[in-house]
Design a protein around this ligand. Structure first.
Ligand SMILES: *Cc1c(COP(=O)(O)O)cnc(C)c1O
Length: 234
């Protein structure tokens, strides 16, 4: 095993243990939390090392980079996640490559996904990105507009909403990050309570390298972890 493979294997083991412990602290099974390994900073060697240790859920934040890696990696178990802003003119090429679009941040984008999915007669699983940090520089729906838009979104027949995605404000400490995660979970629970037919609200995609344990404690079902899987220090 190369030094790179060993380092990534060790990092993945460590992160999985941390996920497991955090899930147990929140009274859940570790199977209820999916690890998406974010490969946006790294190349193919790192991706292959992830596959070697059974990390098959991979995330990319830029469509072009996603397409490149999808073409280069042909492993039957890989599932790609689109986690960054998706321009509408990149939807058609991106949809066939991904199992879940986390970063649906506007009604217009959802409508485009619906149209393209309809063309291919498929149903696309999506999450709604919420700008819980209310950061004007960030993408995402505001918490207030989602309940108003959901009936319209529910009418889009070729998308399947499965939950919400969000992130803490940049530079948040753990206490502040937890507040954002609680806010996202409460919004998810509220929307689930409204019970709009055709809308599922089970998934909560939240938590990155610096805060995934906190996110899991607050109910994350998907964590998106990059940096710490590749860095040399624990
Ligand atoms: C980069 C990125 C991540 C992973 O961040 P790390 O700090 O590298 O773990 C998660 N989610 C999104 C949307 C990202 O762009």
């Amino acid at each position: 095993m190369s030094e790179l493979q060993q380092r990534i294997a060790d990092n993945v083991t460590r992160v999985r243990e941390q996920i497991d412990a955090a899930a147990r602290r929140s009274g859940r099974d570790s199977q209820s939390v999916r690890l998406v390994a974010v490969t946006k900073y790294v190349g193919l060697d790192e991706v292959l090392a992830l596959l070697d240790v059974g990390c098959f859920d991979l995330g990319e934040s830029r469509p072009q980079e996603l397409w490149k890696k999808v073409n280069a990696v042909s492993h039957p178990l890989v599932q790609w996640h689109m986690i960054g802003h998706l321009q509408r003119n990149k939807v058609r090429r991106t949809l066939p490559a991904v199992r879940l679009v986390h970063s649906c941040d506007s009604l217009r984008l959802l409508q485009t996904i619906d149209t393209e999915a309809g063309r291919d007669a498929c149903i696309v699983p999506v999450l709604l990105e919420v700008n819980v940090a209310e950061d004007a520089a960030k993408h995402g729906f505001s918490s207030d507009e989602i309940p108003l838009l959901l009936p319209t979104i529910a009418g889009l027949r070729n998308i399947k909403v499965q939950g919400l995605m969000g992130m803490a404000a940049r530079g948040s400490d753990h206490v502040t990050a937890r507040k954002y995660f609680v806010r996202l979970r409460e919004l998810r629970d509220h929307l689930r309570g409204i019970g709009i037919p055709g809308i599922q609200m089970e998934e909560l995609s939240m938590g990155m390298s610096g805060d995934f344990e906190t996110a899991i404690e607050e109910g994350a079902t998907i964590v998106r972890v990059g940096k710490t899987l590749f860095s040399g220090d624990a």
